[in-house]
Design a protein around this ligand. Structure first.
Ligand code: IMP
Ligand code: MG
Length: 180
């Protein structure tokens, strides 16, 4: 079973639910009267996105994009290839990028710049998890669910090698899982 690979539960279902509700309430206030468009970068943020959008009481549009890093050699540059672009025109929209985790920040820094060039009314970042210890890009989230230590976490959308995304909580993997 998946739970046998988990060393410890970092954030329980209940803690996640409570914090997502708080973020939703705050976003509902901040985006009153705005043209909110929630943008999720697949796949890690899909669970957070699904919960967060239902915690927001203002009208919100949603859209998704798929990106992939160009080869490992240039990964640290943060340059990404757009595999699936957004469908919605961003002119006049108040964009909220919804992310699972802000790590080096290189990928999101690139995406934010790219979306900025399309003349939205505003652009902000909401990340469920923030790992500031690993930041390389000069980028901060406007909304943070939890600040987490520099440990590899899985669940609630986050994967290790495409596994564990469907765990309902966020946990730290046992080290032996990496070495098989
Ligand atoms: P970065 O901020 O450009 O370094 O990349 C962030 C992405 O790396 C996230 O969207 C995740 O897909 C992945 N990632 C970073 N840290 C973790 C982790 O602890 N667990 C699972 N995925 C992670
Ligand atoms: Mg990922």
């Amino acid at each position: 079973m998946m739970k046998d690979d988990i060393k410890k539960v970092l954030l329980s279902e209940e803690e996640l639910h409570t914090r997502v509700s708080e973020l939703g309430a705050q976003l509902s206030r901040d985006y009153e009267g705005k043209n909110l468009l929630m943008v999720s970068v697949l796949k890690g943020s899909v669970v957070f996105m699904a919960d967060l959008m239902r915690a927001i009481s203002q009208p919100a549009e949603i859209d998704f994009m798929v990106v992939s890093s160009y080869g490992s050699g240039v990964k640290s540059s943060g340059v990404v290839k757009i595999v699936k672009d957004l469908d919605i025109n961003l002119q006049g929209k108040d964009i909220l990028i919804v992310e699972d985790i802000l790590d080096s920040g290189m990928t999101l820094d690139y995406i934010k710049g790219m979306l900025q060039d399309r003349n939205p009314a505003s652009i902000r970042i909401c990340t469920l998890l923030d790992k500031p210890a690993r930041r390389k890009a000069d980028l901060q989230a406007d909304y943070v669910g939890f600040t987490v230590p520099d440990e590899f976490v899985v669940g609630y959308g986050l994967d290790y090698d495409e596994r564990y995304r469907n765990l309902p909580y966020i946990g730290v993997l046992k080290p032996e899982v990496y070495s098989v």
